[in-house]
Structures are given as structure tokens and as C-alpha cells.
Design a protein around this ligand. Structure first.
Ligand code: ATP
Length: 210
């Protein structure tokens, strides 16, 4: 049995669409609660295909050297074009990455618990898409929700993308109702000041008795 299982560390999942405010919620939560540690699935996933990342030898073997950029990381533009030309490439890449992401997350969980974390906050953008796997691993799920127009405005501003580019990302993601169906609690992060967001997070922590 792992350290995390032995200590029965509470695992809270955090998800939401692009620009809903997951990272903002996670950062406020961490600043409020010194006993909680963050597991960031996106950053773990990016690290696997960064220069020196654990997935890169297999990426090169499976997809060829043309998918490896000069710095040794995944050539994301080449992969984007390969997926566009042959949609099954996406499934092959995911089949390669998912077990490695699972292992890396487990290793981080063990590390954080060993370092004294009493609670874990999992920021998982694709929780709903992978719900069969995630829901069994989490004690509760908070969905960060807001109006699509708010997502569009935030992401246009944050990433300098066009409205059309953000809209095409939104339609490719899980819908709000699919997300809400996985939620124990919905945090509606729209038109909230930082003070109000901070208060909502305190209320949520109390709700979960954290
Ligand atoms: P992604 O899935 O793209 O990583 P995310 O869900 O993590 O997005 P954030 O990066 O936390 O979203 O938020 C998107 C942008 O909106 C950021 O610039 C953030 O500062 C801003 N934002 C989030 N919540 C609020 C809020 N309540 N008031 C003002 N700005 C906010």
C-alpha cells in the first residue's frame, strides 16, 4: 500500500474548460491552505514531451525523428500536422502518454505525501474526458464554471488568440453539462472579484471539512 493510501490523504479534483479559472482557483487555494499540495496534470503531461522528457525516446521510436525538435522535445507543430493528416496519430500519442502520465502523477503523489502534504488538489483539465479513470481516484470533484463568453474574453486576452481560435477550442472540449454531471460542487467563477473568489474557496474548504 502506498504512503498516500496509508495516510488516507483527501484528494480533491479541480476541472473546468479553458479559461474557466482552474489555475486561479488552485493558486488561491494553495495560498490559503498550507496543508494542501498541487498535482498539475497539464504540467506533468507537458514535462513528459519537453526536452529530456520520459516520453521522448518512445515518441522518436514510434513516430520518427521528424517529431523531435532540435532541443530534444516534441516538435508540436509537426505533431499537429501529423494529427491533421492522420487523425489516428492522436490516439497513438495518447496511448503512449496516458500510462506515463499516470505513473508520473502517482510518483508526485507519493513525494508530496512524504513531504507532509495532508491534502492533494488535482488540477486536471481533461478530467471529464477521462472520468472513468479519474473519478475512482478522487474523493470529490470541483468544477470551475463560467459563461462561454467569459472564457472567450479571458483566453483572447491571456493568450492573444482570435475569437475564432478560442471558439474552435471550446467546441472541441467537453460541454458544460458534461462537466457539471461529474461535479460534487460547481464553483461559478464569473464576474467574481478576487476577494469573492477567495471567499468562495474558503467556503468550499469548509464544505469539504478541509
Ligand atoms: P486553462 O485551461 O487554459 O489553463 P484555466 O482554467 O486554468 O485555463 P486561468 O488561467 O486560471 O484558467 O484563468 C484564465 C484567465 O482568467 C487568467 O488570466 C486569470 O487571471 C483570469 N481569471 C480567472 N478568474 C478570474 C476572476 N474571477 N476575475 C478576473 N480574472 C480571472
Amino acid at each position: 500500500m502506498s504512503e498516500a493510501e496509508k495516510k488516507r490523504v483527501f484528494r480533491l479534483g479541480l476541472t473546468g474548460g479553458i479559461g474557466s479559472g482552474k489555475s486561479a482557483v488552485a493558486q488561491v487555494w494553495l495560498s490559503q491552505d498550507p496543508g494542501i499540495a498541487l498535482i498539475d496534470a497539464d504540467s506533468i503531461s507537458r514535462g513528459l514531451t519537453a526536452p529530456g522528457g520520459a516520453a521522448m525516446p518512445e515518441v522518436a521510436r514510434l513516430f520518427g525523428a521528424s517529431m523531435v525538435a532540435a532541443d530534444g522535445g516534441l516538435d508540436r507543430e509537426a505533431m499537429r500536422q501529423a494529427v491533421f493528416a492522420e487523425p489516428e496519430v492522436r490516439g497513438q500519442l495518447e496511448a503512449l502518454l496516458h500510462p506515463l502520465i499516470g505513473q508520473a502523477i502517482q510518483a508526485q503523489v507519493e513525494d508530496k505525501v512524504r513531504q507532509g502534504a495532508q491534502r492533494l488538489l488535482f488540477d486536471i483539465p481533461l478530467l471529464v474526458e477521462g472520468k472513468a479513470r479519474w473519478l475512482t481516484q478522487l474523493d470529490a470533484v470541483v468544477v470551475v464554471d463560467c459563461q462561454p463568453e467569459t472564457q472567450i474574453q479571458r483566453v483572447m486576452q491571456r493568450n492573444g488568440l482570435s475569437r475564432q481560435a478560442v471558439e474552435s477550442i471550446l467546441v472541441a472540449q467537453a460541454s458544460r453539462s458534461q462537466r457539471r454531471a461529474c461535479a460534487d460542487v460547481v464553483l461559478y467563477n464569473d464576474q467574481l472579484s478576487w476577494a469573492e473568489l477567495t471567499q468562495q474557496i474558503s467556503d468550499l474548504a469548509a464544505h469539504f471539512r478541509l
